[in-house]
Design a protein around this ligand. Structure first.
Ligand code: GAL
Length: 336
């Protein structure tokens, strides 16, 4: 083989490897994540659905001016409710913009989805029986006194989602929320209730569109919000934040043997510098790392309270060491 040909082959191999490297971009914690078009991903307070080999990331659209609600004493910064965006990915690193999954309402000022309201923390699960994708979200008024959970459904993961209604589940306030679908197909709605003092876990009906009526008060008077729930080696885990609005605070892990059991708050999983501020982030979702068995991905929001559109994402590895969950800061890391 001629030297020229060997050079060509080496060049081709090199190009092949550099292409692979570009595709498997790393996660940059605390930075702007860009979609495959090169635009900033706008999906805050988000959640992930894995459906038929594709990941869907749903999150709040935060767009436009941020202002502080003048008549409230607490730091109620907000921007117009923008609805819910959806992105899809095969590898959790390269995200394609699937567009707006749930559209905010511009005309009807009384509608739950009106831009003057609050649409936060959307989470989607798939119902195998009805074959519908079901989205739950925190619906509120600008002063956060409406305190309700909203539900929308779709035939497709990326939407469009049709809004059904909002409710106070089991007659109680519902603000920050998450959904958890167990291996047996039962699904649960966790929500900060009783003025964010106590959390509730509510078993959903068979369609996942309303509470079944069975619920439990958990983490009584612990003032936890931003819950994310996952299952590891037969136990249920929750990571949550304290209640300091958009400002970061220490995270806590709570554990339970069954979803509706006696949840116990046990420790802060974060270690090292800035761990007491959860590395300037607030939890929103935890998902298994598909490439590392027994490891998870912590998804958090780094809120920029005075410019909410500029909020960033903090995704970090969540590992278990001697049976204990641990999150450690890594500016740049690879999930595979
Ligand atoms: C946080 C909550 C956010 C948002 C914010 C409003 O505590 O986790 O989702 O509601 O308060 O100040």
């Amino acid at each position: 083989m001629s030297i020229g040909r060997i050079g060509l082959i080496i060049g081709m191999i090199f190009t092949l490897f550099s292409c692979v490297e570009t595709e498997n971009a790393k996660i940059q914690a605390g930075e702007i994540f860009k979609d495959t078009d090169g635009n900033p991903i706008n999906a805050h307070g988000g959640g992930i659905l894995l459906h038929e080999g594709t990941y869907y990331w749903y999150g709040e659209i935060k767009q436009g001016e941020t202002w502080r609600v003048p008549y409230l004493e607490w730091e109620c910064y907000r921007c117009k409710a923008g609805g819910v965006n959806c992105y899809s990915s095969k590898d959790l690193v390269n995200w394609k913009n699937e567009g707006v999954a749930l559209t905010a309402v511009k005309a009807d000022t009384t509608h739950d989805l009106h831009t003057s309201k609050v649409i936060e923390r959307p989470k989607v699960i798939y119902n195998d029986k009805t074959q519908k994708f079901v989205m739950w979200m925190h619906i509120d008024s600008e002063d956060y006194q409406y305190a309700r959970a909203g539900v929308a459904i779709s035939d497709n993961p990326q939407g469009p989602y049709t809004y059904i209604q909002s409710m106070r589940p089991n007659g109680a306030m519902s603000r920050d929320l998450t959904l958890f679908k167990d291996e047996d197909g039962k699904a649960y709605h966790f929500y900060s209730s009783e003025n964010n003092k106590t959390m509730h876990v509510s078993l959903l009906n068979d369609e996942y569109t309303a509470p079944s009526g069975t619920f439990k008060r958990i983490l009584e008077m612990e003032s936890r919000e931003a819950p994310a729930v996952w299952k590891h080696e037969g136990k249920y885990y929750m990571i949550s934040s304290g209640c300091t609005g958009w400002s970061p605070n220490p995270a806590q892990i709570s554990i339970c043997d069954s979803v509706m059991g006696n949840w116990k708050t046990v420790y802060d999983p974060c270690v090292g510098q800035n761990s007491k501020k959860t590395y300037f982030s607030q939890s929103t979702y935890v998902l298994p790392n598909p490439n590392r068995k027994g490891e998870y991905i912590y998804m958090g929001d780094r809120w920029n309270k005075t410019n909410l559109e500029d909020s960033r994402y903090v995704w970090l590895p969540l590992t278990f060491e001697n049976g204990k969950a641990k999150i450690e800061w890594q500016k740049e890391w690879s999930i595979d």
